[in-house]
Design a protein around this ligand. Structure first.
Ligand SMILES: *Cc1c(COP(=O)(O)O)cnc(C)c1O
Length: 356
């Protein structure tokens, strides 16, 4: 019952097998390996973007921060949700890599920006001329930090606002596959056709050992990205081992199959929780995360039995009245089983013998 994060899951066998297959003979370094050619071809094909340039890095923080650095000068601002990963979980890397750009935080329900609130934030910024930070870039996260998903149409509506001000759009797609499977559109419709300029295309949360791709739909930014990646110490010399993982991820739609499994597990979990007395969902569960609250006694039983998840926000405690609700975040992965979910639901419900 491991629901702390999707990055607690193991690596699927296809990925390890691809690493072993890549581990013979010699391969040119720094992205000149043949497997990187396969990655480039497969991403261009999947996104119907023959011009796109694609680069691999090892963390989502690097993918986001390097992308934003290419899109936003130091005197400008990144428009994003208040709960965006770039704001809450990257230790200032976007500010550091951009050379000091600001983040302008927008508050909207379920971590989903709305065109109205985005427009308001953008129009408000830059009014003071030289005295303000300037308008820089819009960054969207899909799937969002609240486990919700923007449809292709919603992405397009936000991009239209950004483009109205001449601003580029970045998408943090650490869980892009989960969002895409849910939205049921094509990768192109979710990104460049909607107006997204740069995508952080997640791999790690969805089963890789540690690889994310940056997809630049506008290749004119490619050389700058390459320089920033090297300068930011994210150009890997034994690059074939990154390529091998990403190639395996893209073959036979593995990325979509893994995400579909994670999403299905989250649906089972969210529906099960929503049906329990005293429980309710805090956000619609549209991808592979579930945010819910239920009485403290159920948390005690689950945690005593070894279930792993975060109380969310984290400042809540298991000590206190039994029936007071505590809220939690649970994340399912490709390897979450129905048995895990059902065992967890039985514990929360409280009609089971507790496992040691
Ligand atoms: C996990 C995550 C990332 C990347 O995080 P790293 O720990 O740097 O790999 C980026 N964005 C979102 C929304 C995430 O959940």
């Amino acid at each position: 019952m491991h629901f702390a994060s999707d990055n607690t899951a193991p690596v699927p066998p296809q990925v390890l097998e691809a690493l072993i297959a890549a581990n013979h003979g010699y391969a040119m370094p720094y992205g000149a390996d043949a497997l990187m050619g396969e990655v480039r071809d497969r991403i261009r094909h999947a996104f119907e973007a023959p011009e796109a340039e694609i680069y691999l890095v090892a963390t989502g923080t690097a993918a986001n921060a390097l992308s934003l650095a290419c899109l936003c000068p130091p005197w400008a601002t990144v428009f994003c949700h208040r709960n965006a990963h770039i704001e809450e979980d990257e230790c200032g890397a976007p500010e550091f890599y951009t050379g000091g750009a600001k983040l302008t935080l927008i508050d909207t329900p379920h971590a989903r920006l709305t065109p109205g609130k985005l427009e308001k934030a953008i129009s408000f910024t830059g009014r003071g001329g030289v005295h303000n930070v300037q308008r820089g870039v819009v960054s969207l996260t899909n799937a969002t930090e609240a486990g919700t998903v923007y449809s292709a149409g919603e992405v397009a509506a936000l991009c239209t606002v950004a483009k109205g001000y001449g601003l580029p759009v970045h998408m943090d797609g650490a869980r892009f596959a989960n969002a895409l499977v849910r939205a049921g559109c094509t990768p192109a419709e979710m990104t460049w056709k909607a107006g997204v300029d740069v995508l952080s295309f997640g791999g790690t949360k969805n089963g890789l050992m540690g690889v994310e791709a940056v997809v630049l739909f506008d290749p004119s930014r490619a050389w700058e990205f390459e320089l920033r990646r090297k300068r930011g110490a994210h150009l890997f010399s034994k690059h074939r081992y990154l390529s091998a993982q990403m190639a395996a991820y893209l073959r036979d739609d593995l990325w979509l199959k893994l995400a579909a499994r994670a999403n299905a597990a989250a649906t089972r979990l969210s529906e099960g929780l929503a049906a329990l007395p005293g429980a309710r969902l805090l956000h619609p569960s549209e991808a592979n995360s579930v945010f819910a609250e239920w009485p403290r006694a159920g948390h005690r039983r689950a945690q005593k039995a070894g279930a792993q998840y975060y109380l969310w926000p984290m400042d809540q405690t298991l000590t206190g009245p039994d029936d007071a609700p505590l809220s939690a975040r649970m994340v399912c992965s490709w390897s979450t089983t129905d048995e895990d979910v059902d065992a967890f639901l039985r514990l929360v419900k409280g009609k089971t013998t507790e496992r040691a």
